[in-house]
Write a protein that binds this ligand. Structure first.
Ligand code: CA
Length: 531
């Protein structure tokens, strides 16, 4: 008996050893998928080669793998084109007037409200958050969180791990990927996991990894047709913004000053690239359009440079999932918190209901659920992530969630009652870029927008089929009477359905309360901090 029992235990031991060295299987997770959301900050769809549109600014072979192995969403939009508010919509599946996070200046995320990570955690998922958070309060609903304070730094960043602040040596995109994959590999393999890998890149002020300086071999980038837009044909809100490459970019943005936080070796590498080019620039004494063109090309080198590291990160994650046998049972979604201007209309930044800022890149792979190499024109949003992830995990979606599950869209089966119009609402004014508050309705073809505060009150209507660059307000033009009437009706219907307050009294009250509670909030309104 003793021999038999020992023999049995020996076999069990051998089996356990074999199991521990085999690739991690999805057996323990049953049919509940792992969920990986790779979420970037300000990544323009124009800067992903899978989108294949426009200027062919760079190649992103790893992000493109998601398009080849899954679905590319061609009409993915955001409810509010700015970092914190968009992230609050992702977490809650609700608009900002419901989740209470309206802007980056005064809002603090109420972490006691329901979020999809909390619900997945309660349903037995391991949950981890890495990188950019930007919601002021500490994250809730995560077994492990390791985030950048506020906006964070590109080089040698400070990070906060489960409440403890520490400094790391290295480049932020690489570090965040390291920490995320370490966490995936170190946990209880019997549980499915939710990984939120949220890069700081390519957010202003666009500091590439040192290995990517000169990645474009001093290429002269194709210019957008509207680089020198004069804003005629649209109202005062568009004309009076403060987000142009020409006037708004700072010496720091343009790498005319050496960034802080580099160690001596890194600083030498940085200056070896930028130093001679900056000397040449100063000698050239450029003015007018030539100066704008120089700034645009410097901006493209830097912005796209940060995306090189993001693309490598995506490759590392996909390789990791492949190598560990996890890809088959993992839903991977790539998206950004909003789009971004890469010189269109002379701008950088975001905020507007207009295309480049409204749209976000969105790609997803999930073998067996999403067919390879598919695209969809269906109108989807980051507000749909919460119900999508909950549905994918078999967790019931609370009735007050305002997004909709994308699972039928994944399968190419758009429900008959899928949305044909989307509600948009931007609040933050005046800092940092002087974009007036506005809300509106977006369809495949049209946009109706109301610029309503604080010193403007007028409407605009755009017809993207005839005017893809959105250069001419068609409101009141002959032939658009019925279009306007229909859009106004749809906007009213959406505002009622989404329970949008009739005015901003709730938002204003929150601002006053915050100013009373935290006088320092005024300081936080400094332009650079409030982005
Ligand atoms: Ca952002």
């Amino acid at each position: 008996m003793t021999f038999a029992r020992n023999h049995f235990e020996f076999i069990v031991l051998i089996l356990a050893c074999v199991a521990s060295i085999l690739p991690v299987s999805d057996a323990g997770a049953a049919d509940r998928p792992n969920i990986v959301l790779i979420f970037t900050d300000d990544h323009a769809f124009q800067a992903i080669s899978a989108y294949g549109e426009g200027r062919k600014l760079l190649e992103t072979p790893n992000i493109d793998r998601l398009a080849k192995q899954g679905m590319r969403f061609d009409r993915a939009v955001v409810p509010n084109s700015i970092c914190g508010p968009s992230r609050a919509c992702v977490l809650t599946g609700k608009y900002n007037h419901k989740n209470g996070f309206y802007d980056n200046t005064y809002s603090v995320f109420d972490g006691s409200q329901p979020t999809f990570p909390k619900m997945l955690q309660a349903a037995g998922y391991r949950t981890g958050l890495f990188g950019k958070w930007h919601l002021v309060s500490d994250p809730t609903g995560f077994d492990e969180w390791h985030i950048l304070p506020g906006q964070g730094d590109y080089y040698n960043p400070d990070m906060i791990k489960n409440g403890t602040r520490m400094r790391h040596e290295g480049y932020v995109t690489d570090l965040v990927t390291d920490f995320a994959l370490d966490w995936v590999g170190s946990g209880d393999k019997s549980k499915p996991f939710l990984l939120m890998l949220q890069h700081k890149a390519p957010h202003r002020d666009w500091q590439p990894a040192l290995r990517h300086l000169g990645h474009d071999k001093d290429r002269k980038y194709p210019e957008p047709a509207t680089l020198f837009d004069d804003y005629s044909g649209r109202g005062p809100a568009v004309a009076d913004q403060d987000m142009t490459i020409e006037k708004t970019m700072t010496p720091g943005d343009l790498k005319l000053v050496t960034p802080r936080r580099l160690n001596a070796e890194q600083k030498a590498d940085w200056e070896a690239y930028y130093g001679p080019r900056n000397t040449e620039f100063e000698k050239a004494n450029l003015t007018g359009k030539d100066l704008v063109r120089w700034k645009y090309n410097r901006y493209m080198h830097d912005y796209l440079g940060t995306i090189k590291a993001v693309d490598e990160s995506v490759g590392r994650v996909l390789d990791y999932l492949d190598a560990n046998g996890m890809s088959k049972n993992t839903l991977v979604v790539y998206a950004a918190d909003q789009g971004f201007y890469l010189g269109e209309h002379g701008w950088f930044d975001k905020r507007w209901i207009f295309e480049e800022s409204l749209r976000t890149p969105m790609l997803a792979q999930w073998p067996g659920k999403i067919a390879h190499g598919t695209t969809t024109p269906d109108l989807v949003s980051v507000i749909d992530f919460a119900p999508t992830f909950l549905s994918a995990a078999g967790v019931s979606v609370p009735g007050d969630i305002q997004g909709r599950s994308l699972l039928p869209i994944f399968e190419g089966k758009k429900p008959a009652d899928w949305r044909k119009a989307f509600y948009y609402h931007y609040y933050e004014y005046p800092l940092p870029h002087r974009v007036r508050r506005h809300y509106g309705v977006v369809t495949d073809r049209y946009k109706l927008v109301h610029f309503y505060a604080p010193d403007v009150d007028y409407w605009e209507l755009y017809d993207r089929e005839k005017d893809p660059a959105e250069l001419k307000n068609m409101l009141g033009q002959t032939g658009y009477e019925q279009v306007e009437k229909d859009l106004r009706a749809e906007l009213g219907r959406l505002r009622t359905e989404l329970e949008v307050p009739k005015d901003d009294a709730g938002y204003e009250a929150m601002i006053r309360q915050r100013q009373r509670d935290r006088p320092a909030a005024k300081k936080k309104a400094a332009p650079r901090a409030a982005e």
